[in-house]
Design a protein around this ligand. Structure first.
Ligand SMILES: Cc1ncc(COP(=O)(O)O)c(C=O)c1O
Length: 377
């Protein structure tokens, strides 16, 4: 057996869409990016979106438009990928690490309230593995304290929490299309918001602050026919745009997203059913795969490292998501006590979950987990 942890699900349709871009000889920022943005807006139900080259870029840009005073603070969960905490740092802001709930690994509302200070300007909840953060309570707190909410939706696309799509709870929602995620564009990200002005600004910021996009320059309207070359820059910009090759993949992947989400949910249901007989290896999250859309499946096990070795020797790839950020060297200077995160991560093992995973592979993983529990726990 050689069972991968994650794998993108790509086929001829994506290739044909790329071929179409090749035949038009336009593979940079172009009409496919616009078409992908429109399709994503429709899918999520937001007013506007901007496609960028990663969720890391999306989070950076999202915070940048508010022009917060340097040194202001941003509340970030302690268990997340580094990108969430880098976004404030890129903007000369300071991350404040908030502990997580032991049972669902999302940001603890109580610890957020405790760590809040007058210097805080924003909060960045993460839907860990697809488990929704407690957005109703986080949003209410943010409203009372005048904090902006940047929702990090890198782990889930399309799920609804308490009658509102994830990504639409905050002021801005950021999604990831990195290779391993719910859907992919190779690398890529999307910023969603209902605030037109904000999105217009972000749209120019992702393209070096230029107030026109190159394909519009190449196709000028009549009025500006001989001024096609002219643009101005009013703002610090970045080269963060998505390109038409990525958008080609994204247009097709978006059509497949619901069925890919359903497939991952069905696999999680198989895992959950199979784990029911085990006592010492338990699901990492209170999974509700028929309600939410998860990108990650994993278990908790007291002998985490032994289990990882055992599974590796059986040909099963695993991971650990994540080392708590206040334990990571670079972020140590912003260390703030997160005792739950520091305790629970030691038991985390991420298991294979992707659309191409076969039933017999899931059964094999379950068989090995039960063997481990019987012989080693
Ligand atoms: C929670 C979280 N936020 C942000 C990112 C960054 O996404 P990207 O790789 O698209 O930059 C990731 C990537 O894994 C992530 O897990």
């Amino acid at each position: 057996m050689n069972i991968r942890l994650f794998a993108p699900y790509l086929g001829d349709e994506e290739l044909n869409e790329i071929r179409d871009s090749f035949s038009k000889s336009w593979i940079g920022l172009g009409q496919k990016v616009s078409a992908f943005e429109k399709a994503f807006e429709k899918y999520i139900g937001c007013r506007k979106s901007v496609a960028v080259n990663s969720a890391t870029a999306a989070l950076h840009l999202a915070l940048s438009v508010y022009r917060f005073k340097a040194g202001s603070k941003v509340l970030v969960p302690d268990i997340t990928f580094a990108s969430t905490a880098f976004a404030p740092v890129y903007n000369s802001l300071e991350p404040v690490f908030v502990d997580v709930y032991s049972h669902d690994v999302t940001m603890s509302v109580e610890d957020m309230e405790k760590k809040y200070s007058k210097d805080c300007v924003a909060v960045m909840p993460v839907h860990y593995g697809g488990q929704p953060a407690h957005m109703d309570r986080i949003s209410e707190f943010a409203k009372n304290k005048n904090l902006k909410v940047i929702e990090d939706c890198a782990h889930t696309i399309g799920a609804t929490y308490k009658d509102r799509k994830l990504g639409l709870w905050g002021d801005i929602g950021c999604y990831s299309f990195e290779e391993k995620k719910a859907m992919t564009t190779g690398d890529g990200g999307m910023i969603c918001s209902d605030d037109d002005a904000l999105i217009n600004e972000l749209s120019s910021k992702r393209w070096l602050g230029i107030d026109k996009e190159s394909w519009k320059i190449a196709n000028p309207d009549e009025e500006n026919e001989y001024r096609h070359w002219y643009y101005d820059i009013d703002d610090l910009g970045f080269k963060y745009n998505m390109n038409d090759l990525s958008a080609s993949i994204g247009l097709v992947q978006l059509k497949k997203l619901d069925s890919m989400n359903r497939k991952r949910s069905a696999i999680i249901r198989m895992y959950l059913d199979g784990l029911r007989g085990l006592k010492k290896i338990r699901p990492i999250l209170p999974f509700e795969p028929e309600i939410f859309s998860y990108w990650l499946f994993g278990v908790r096990c007291a002998k985490r490292d032994d289990l990882i070795k055992f599974l590796k020797d059986s040909g099963i790839a695993t991971g650990v998501h994540y080392v708590p950020l206040n334990m990571v060297n670079y972020f140590r200077k912003w260390n703030s006590a997160c005792p739950i995160a520091e305790r629970i991560w030691k038991e985390f093992v991420t298991l294979p979950l992707h659309v191409q995973l076969k039933d017999e592979e899931v059964y094999f993983v379950l068989k090995k987990l039960s063997e481990f529990e019987k012989n080693h726990l």
